[in-house]
Design a protein around this ligand. Structure first.
Ligand SMILES: Nc1ncnc2c1ncn2[C@@H]1O[C@H](COP(=O)(O)OP(=O)(O)OP(=O)(O)O)[C@@H](O)[C@H]1O
Ligand SMILES: C[C@@](O)(CCOP(=O)(O)O)CC(=O)O
Length: 442
């Protein structure tokens, strides 16, 4: 068995700006991971000898099993993946499989063995139907409480916005490349291997979601905590249609990047969480429409080019100051000021674009948290902002967590909201191969 996990993300600073290569995002990986386990299967049926199959299961959810048959296309079109009748489609699994198998087929000369795949999500990716303040989990039939049984279909689960699809595509791609290719052709532990995983996962994730975002979520899944400057979106336009003649060669060329066309910049040095503190997420459990928020902010940018540029340039400086102060582990007053400065400019961007990036309700919550809970150093509305969540830098001790939990319980009751502190914390490491033992029962 090969197991690879990839972390979730939080964009602490740089939402919207990171869509433009002129700016960067301060991205933190989270301890909540998506794990993908790949095992060889015996292809016993005669039909399978013609078209081998990959059987994928996500056992924490109902009706979450997908079987795909695959076949090499002619004229270097790559590997064609077709879902067999059964559950509804899962575009992220299907596309990531197609891209990974296509890349593998361009490297391996032998046929690709049929496999079974298990997807496991750490509990924080989804709000639990009921229960404690942290997502401690209901045990599965096999008694493993590490990966809770959510008891619902994937489409009915409440996401907490940690970037499940990017972590899934990255872990699945990393697990397939590790499983099928010899270490001389791919290794997750080398810089070259991670760069190829990044390139392939970005291409597959964009194809699956049908749009090219900034890709900070995939970068967090591959590299973990970093300062991220996006790739030029035009890089992906040369790929053409999946399965079209020459598709496999184009995927191989793009992923191996022998011509050094990828201009993504990922800096891990000088990004850190100050000693004695933790980066935590508070789930607000009521969603925002990120896509329409992005559209409106970008429309404002076009309509007010000079004013918006001046504000973004100034916000970029504040974001960099915050990143530097975190990395230097500066005293609480300095950090408080840096958070306040970022928030002020985010509110200005919200006012001027007419988009509730830090809505009044979130302003009240963040102000009350920073003033009312002694261990809270600062916080922001992460990513696109809105009503989804707040990210907080807090003292990493039991008293602060207890105080925070009781503050959130009281606030939820008074405001009739459902605020929950997630168990996930900011973590530096990106995608990694995992030992088999932690998956007992799966
Ligand atoms: N545990 C899982 N098992 C199988 N598929 C999953 C799993 N988690 C996520 N997915 C796939 O990813 C999709 C969710 O992706 P989407 O981009 O909507 O959410 P997200 O990445 O969590 O969002 P956000 O960027 O707001 O955090 C699901 O519909 C499914 O296709
Ligand atoms: C608005 C944007 O910059 C960040 C969105 O972040 P999130 O999905 O809210 O975590 C979009 C992007 O970077 O793709």
């Amino acid at each position: 068995m090969t197991a690879v996990s990839a972390p979730g993300k939080v964009l602490l600073a740089g939402g919207y700006l990171v869509l433009d290569r002129a700016y960067t995002g301060l991205v933190f990986g989270l301890s909540a991971r998506i794990h993908v386990l790949v095992r060889d299967r015996d292809a016993s049926s005669s039909a399978e000898s013609q078209r081998p199959e990959v059987v994928v299961q996500s056992p924490q959810f109902r009706d979450a099993s997908w079987t795909y048959s695959y076949q090499l296309k002619t004229e270097k079109g790559g590997v064609d993946v077709i879902q067999l009748p059964g559950a509804s489609r899962n575009p992220f699994v299907e596309t990531a499989l197609g891209y990974a198998l296509t890349y593998i087929s361009s490297v391996l000369l032998s046929p690709i063995n049929p496999t079974s795949v298990t997807i496991l999500a750490d509990n924080d990716y989804y709000s639990q139907p009921s229960g404690s303040s942290t997502n401690s989990g209901n045990s599965n039939a096999n008694g493993n409480t590490h990966f809770t049984d959510f008891g619902v279909r994937l489409q009915d689960a409440h996401k907490t916005g940690l970037g499940s699809s990017a972590a899934l595509v990255t872990a699945l791609t990393g697990a397939f490349l590790t499983h099928h290719l010899p270490p001389s052709a791919f290794s997750l532990s080398t810089a070259h291997g991670r760069a190829r995983l990044h390139n392939l996962a970005q291409a597959a994730h964009c194809a699956a979601q049908g749009k090219v975002g900034s890709g900070f979520d995939v970068a967090a899944a591959v590299y973990g905590t970093c300062v991220y400057r996006r790739f030029s979106p035009s890089l992906l336009s040369s790929l053409g249609e999946t399965g079209s003649p020459g598709f496999a060669s184009r995927v191989r060329k793009l992923v191996d990047d022998e011509d050094s066309i990828w201009d993504t910049q990922v800096t891990k040095e000088g990004v850190a969480i100050p000693p004695g503190t933790a980066l935590v997420m508070c789930d607000v459990d009521c969603g925002s429409q990120t896509v329409s928020m992005v559209k409106s902010v970008l429309a404002w940018r076009t309509s007010e080019p000079e004013g918006s540029k001046a504000l973004w340039d100034s916000l970029q400086v504040s974001n960099e100051v915050l990143g530097r102060m975190l990395a230097e582990g500066r005293r609480q007053e300095d950090l408080e000021k840096a958070f306040a400065d970022v928030r002020k400019k985010i509110r200005e961007m919200g006012d001027r674009s007419g988009v509730p990036i830090e809505p009044v309700e979130q302003t009240k919550l963040l102000d009350a948290l920073t003033k009312g809970v002694s261990g809270v150093v600062g916080g922001v509305v992460p990513g696109a902002g809105g009503y989804d969540a707040v990210a907080l830098l807090v003292k990493d001790d039991k008293e602060t967590l207890e105080e925070l939990n009781s503050f959130l319980a009281k606030w939820s009751m008074e405001k009739k909201e459902n605020l929950k502190l997630l168990g996930a914390k900011g973590e530096l490491e990106g995608a990694r191969q995992e030992p088999e033992e932690i998956y007992s029962g799966f």
